[in-house]
Design a protein. Structure first.
Length: 120
């Protein structure tokens, strides 16, 4: 299907590769997905476009990094971090139990969660 003559552009989106199970032993589901992606890239089909999303875990980076120079990282984007902080603030301000917390405790939750979110 991907090589069918006259076929228009094909877009394949694979979201959250890092959430694919990565078990030890036989090839994990994650390893199989990464191998399939690598095969599709190796076909060099001009009408096939891939969009892959994942946290930058080391096994995923090792496979995807050499595949394409067109990588965009959202983990260090200021807007991404601001959205996370805004969301956490909204949750704290709208939760009746959290509203009773001391301001210092609320701020500690905001700071810790936004830092540990790692852009996600």
């Amino acid at each position: 299907m991907l090589t069918f003559p006259g076929c228009g552009p094909i877009y394949i989106v694979v979201d959250a590769i890092d959430e694919c199970p990565n078990t030890t032993g036989t090839p994990s589901a994650r390893e199989e997905v990464l191998e399939l992606i690598k095969e599709v890239v190796d076909w060099h089909l001009p009408n096939v476009h891939l969009c892959l999303t994942s946290r930058p875990e080391i096994d995923i980076r090792m496979v995807l990094q050499p595949l394409s120079p067109l990588q965009i990282s959202l983990h260090d984007e200021i807007g991404q971090k601001k959205d996370i902080v805004d969301y956490i603030n909204d949750v704290i301000l709208s939760d009746r139990n959290m509203q009773r917390w001391r301001k210092e405790d609320q701020q500690l939750v905001i700071d810790t969660l936004s830092e540990k979110a790692d852009g996600m």
